[in-house]
Design a protein around this ligand. Structure first.
Ligand code: G3P
Length: 225
């Protein structure tokens, strides 16, 4: 995965569902191409296949379940199928889709088995240190209290990011760190990179923006600077 990475979680925001998912994905693609940066997206599960077929930028699932075999798992998301439809990776343990530690470990293992890039979310430096033992490709630190607030973790609580990077790298120096929660401006992105992350995980700051292209361009310019 090219770094830095901007990973945009579409969540279940109406602005990014159904036909809107494709529209937003195309905006992300055009900014990624124009500035030659890595913008990846995580559409809602029902839109995943459609979005993958419409844009050639990395597409992530928002979640996979800790199940390995096909069959009797009604309502679950099978990593094998996520891979089959052409997605590049998956979020694991998002704050809005928490898993038990054992399940996180299993999901990371399954993601590796099927060649999906794993971005595992974590709510604290301590938890990040524990998750790092499972060797996900990325850990995204997201303090839950800042998610969706527009108050960026990188600006408001920089010590959480530095502490998280420290805890992760004490255990596993190969795990790359993203930060998320409340990122809304280019300055928030600059701060995140200065603190040692390799990118951001963002949702409302882009999806709910009046002009997503404008804010993505602001992010892209910071990455290129
Ligand atoms: O997955 C991204 C996330 O939870 C942060 O959300 O809206 O604060 O960018 P937001």
């Amino acid at each position: 995965m090219k770094l830095p990475m901007i990973l945009i979680n579409f969540k279940t925001y109406l602005e990014a569902l159904g036909e809107n998912s494709v529209k937003l994905a195309k905006i992300c693609k055009s900014v990624a191409e124009k500035y030659k940066i890595n913008i990846a997206i995580a559409p809602e599960s029902l839109d995943l296949s459609k979005v993958v077929s419409e844009v050639k930028i990395p597409v992530f699932a928002q979640h996979i379940d800790p199940i390995e075999k096909d069959g009797m798992h009604t309502g679950h998301i099978l990593a094998e199928n996520v891979k089959k439809i052409g997605a590049s990776g998956t979020l694991i343990n998002h704050s809005e889709r928490r898993l038990e530690l054992k399940e996180i470990e299993k999901c990371i293992e399954i993601a590796k088995k099927f060649g999906l890039v794993s971005v595992c979310c974590s709510e604290s430096p301590e938890k990040s240190g524990v998750i790092a033992k499972f060797s996900p490709d990325f850990i995204a630190i997201e303090p839950p209290e800042l998610i969706g607030t527009g108050i960026a973790v990188s600006t408001a609580k920089p010590e959480i990011i530095t502490e998280t990077i420290k805890k992760i790298h004490e255990v596993n120096s190969k795990v790359k760190v993203l930060c998320g929660a409340g990122i809304t401006t280019g300055e928030d992105v600059r701060k995140a990179l200065e603190l040692g992350t390799v990118g951001i995980l963002v949702a409302s700051g882009v999806v709910k923006a009046e002009n997503p292209e404008k804010i993505l361009t602001e992010f892209a310019k910071v990455i290129k600077s």
